[in-house]
Design a protein around this ligand. Structure first.
Ligand code: G4P
Length: 292
């Protein structure tokens, strides 16, 4: 029994476990705000669609319509963008690929919002309520692109509407067009920090505080995942072959990139940083690290 408890404790100390205290406050805020909207726009990272979502959203948004946006689709593998879209649609979700940076897919989103909220709009009309825009809230884990998404949708043309009767004081709504309003503060979800594998992938995409995890450890873990899913990527980018271990492969990258520490020894820390930066910026190619 004791050994089991110790084992559990050890597992909990895994470097990818992480719980930012301010998340509790964020969840409270989200619970408050979600009551004000008709529709939730949930952003997931297209490179890790599963690990970048939080199942608790189901509990938080009870009764609201929801659209899943696979954001940063430009950095993810197009084939798996299609597969993940089909996967979530098969589970009954509305799904769109998204690139918040360019705002691509805005028209598709507007059309989908109308479709998703059709019943609600029809109910409104029956009650004599016409021209009441659908209200939406953007939610997602840190760094998934919420602010970028809101800004790209809002553009310059939008007008911010002030406080309205029945709306919690201080809330700002961005009127995107005649039929859609967006709450200007996104809802922050916490990632599934209890799952070490998800934690690791979240660290790869930069959704976790890097300082928590030694960079060489993270780089070796990323190499293992790349070797499994994109074995050609290293040769294409660094002209190096896979070593017998992550550390050996890192040495290859360090040599290829001229990462030297004092005394001519290889600077694996620097090589690790280069690998992670290249992956995050999409310079290793368009990659998806999870399969539906
Ligand atoms: P958050 O509010 O959810 O925390 O995320 P935020 O919008 O701050 O976006 C986090 C980073 O992700 C930003 O990069 C942003 O530009 C980038 N990003 C957001 N959406 C997309 C997308 O669809 N594709 C790509 N390629 N990148 C996206 P940053 O490095 O913090 O800023 P910047 O250097 O881009 O200005």
């Amino acid at each position: 029994m004791m050994a089991e408890a110790e084992e559990k404790e050890k597992k909990n100390q895994n470097s990818y476990h992480w719980y930012p205290g301010h998340m509790t406050k964020a969840v409270r805020m989200m619970q408050e705000n979600i009551g004000l909207v008709d529709l939730v726009l949930e952003l997931a990272d297209a490179r890790i669609p599963q690990s970048s979502r939080n199942p608790d959203i189901e509990r938080l948004d009870a009764g609201k319509s929801r659209i899943i946006l696979l954001n940063k689709a430009d950095l993810a593998d197009p084939e798996y963008n299609r597969q993940w879209t089909a996967f979530f649609r098969g589970k009954g979700f509305y799904v769109l690929e998204s690139n918040a940076k360019t705002g691509a897919g805005r028209k598709e989103l507007n059309d989908l919002v109308q479709e998703v909220c059709r019943e609600k709009l029809a109910r409104d009309r029956k009650r004599g309520i016409v021209n009441r825009p659908v209200r939406a809230m953007v939610v997602g884990i840190p760094n998934v692109g919420k602010s970028t998404f809101i800004n790209s949708l809002a553009g310059k043309a939008c007008t911010k509407t002030g406080n309205k009767p029945g709306v919690t004081k201080g809330k700002q709504w961005i009127r995107l067009n005649r039929s859609l309003e967006l709450l200007d503060t996104p809802g922050i979800l916490w990632p599934k920090f209890e799952d070490a594998d998800a934690g690791m992938k979240l660290a790869f995409i930069g959704s976790m505080n890097d300082e928590v995890i030694p960079v060489e450890e993270m780089a070796c873990d990323l190499l293992a995942v790349l070797r499994e899913f994109y074995p050609e990527s290293l040769r294409e980018r660094y002209r190096v072959e896979w070593g017998d271990s992550g550390a050996e492969t890192l040495e290859g990258i360090a040599r290829s990139r001229g990462c030297l520490a004092r005394g001519e020894s290889l600077d694996l820390r620097k090589a690790s940083g280069i690998l992670l930066d290249d992956f995050r910026a999409g310079r290793l190619g368009k990659m998806t690290l999870e399969r539906p």
